[in-house]
Design a protein around this ligand. Structure first.
Ligand SMILES: Nc1ncnc2c1ncn2[C@@H]1O[C@H](COP(=O)(O)OP(=O)(O)O)[C@@H](O)[C@H]1O
Ligand SMILES: [Mg+2]
Length: 357
């Protein structure tokens, strides 16, 4: 794919890139040595889809998001794996100017706590122009127009917001400015890390619906990270569930929600009142998620909180297997899968054979 700086027409669906995260591991240096925050993650973002990444605080979601932009900062580092993005190659290998250009122009992003990442001394409009100039946007007027439109769609007076400083905006308004900045350069891969946490439930749903609309109009590939499964369930085509630095389950949203295979996904679902219908039936997941220092080094990372824990869970790390359209890493799910449950490796081997015949 040839990269150009020409703005894609609003209806272009062709440019939505695919993303393949393979064997990705990220460690942080701590007084106890380097500890993994993300371990051997395999994840595919299907071109044109919205993927939701969910999991409790500390599961490695933000670290994964930063890795997609090769933006993990010391004391962290990507210790293994690759992030192949169509049109960019393996971003883990990109450096310097190449990397800077990729961020913003090809990958739009809102990092967690973006509410506070605006420059306090400059208006939003000035920062927008800086952003445009630093990415060689030829038509700055069109950029401002697009920014105003996006802000307007998110329920704000665009012109006024562009004239405002950070301190004149509420947390929820800053988050919407963050989303606008992620979308305005017309990048076709968009990474949103907890983009709506400062907003009430109704506004969150509205803003995410607008993200979905823009996603469809512009033909994007989008990753939305949240600790709130209920929020993302409605807009994501696919879901990846993280726990202890692993993706423990991933697949089409209706499959993951309709037939959750991993006991952690099942627990997250039971904890959402809206999805089980009756508020009295919502049961919080017992126990607490692990921290970097307490993630078990052997066996299944979820076993201490798992109602289905078996002996093998303490000794062997579950491998990722295909169950229906989902990929699940759980010994009990694997054992219960029966003859229909094929291992992922077997499925891949079969696919490779089919492709060669
Ligand atoms: N700069 C850092 N130094 C040390 N540990 C970190 C740093 N950033 C994140 N971590 C740890 O890495 C783990 C994953 O964090 P993070 O990716 O922010 O998770 P999430 O976004 O799912 O809440 C957590 O245990 C967190 O404490
Ligand atoms: Mg986070």
């Amino acid at each position: 794919m040839v990269m150009t700086s020409v703005k894609a027409p609003a209806t272009s669906g062709r440019r939505a890139p695919g993303v393949r995260v393979s064997g990705l591991s990220v460690v942080y240096r701590t007084p106890a040595g380097e500890l993994p925050a993300v371990s051997g993650v395999d994840l595919e973002l299907v071109p044109g889809s919205i993927t939701g990444v969910v999991g409790e605080s500390g599961s490695g979601k933000s670290t994964l998001a930063l890795s997609l932009l090769n933006a993990v900062q010391p004391p962290g580092r990507i210790s293994a794996g690759s992030v192949e993005i169509d049109g960019l190659g393996d971003v883990v290998r990109l450096r310097g100017e190449e990397l800077r250009k990729a961020r913003g122009r090809h990958i739009g992003y809102v990092f967690q706590a973006a509410q506070n990442s605006l420059n306090p001394l400059k208006t939003v409009g000035k920062q927008l122009l800086d952003l445009g100039r630093s990415h060689d946007v030829a038509d700055l007027r069109a950029l401002v127009r697009d920014a105003r439109d996006l802000l307007g769609r998110m329920g704000m007076d665009g012109a006024r917001v562009l004239d405002s400083h950070q301190h004149e905006l509420s947390g929820g308004m800053r988050q919407r400015v963050g989303i606008m900045l992620a979308l305005v350069l017309n990048a076709h891969l968009v990474v949103l890390d907890e983009p709506t946490t400062a907003l009430d439930m109704i506004t969150q749903a509205n803003i995410l619906r607008i993200v979905r609309e823009v996603h469809e109009e512009r033909g994007l590939t989008t990753l939305v990270i949240t600790h709130d499964l209920g929020v993302v369930a409605e807009i994501a085509d696919r879901l990846a569930v993280m726990y202890g630095g692993r993706v423990v389950e991933q697949g089409p949203t209706r499959q993951v929600l309709g037939a959750p295979r991993h006991p952690y996904t099942q627990g997250l679902l039971r904890a959402i009142p809206r999805l089980v219908g009756d508020i009295d039936e919502a049961r919080a997941l017992p126990g607490r998620p692990p921290t970097l220092g307490t993630i078990p080094a052997t066996g299944c990372v979820f076993r201490e909180r798992c109602p289905l824990r078996a002996e093998i869970c303490a000794t062997a790390e579950p491998r990722a297997i295909s169950l229906g359209e989902s990929i699940v890493a759980c010994h009990v799910a694997e054992a219960g899968a029966g003859p229909e449950g094929r291992t992922r490796q077997a499925a891949e081997a079969r696919k490779a054979r089919e492709e060669h015949t």
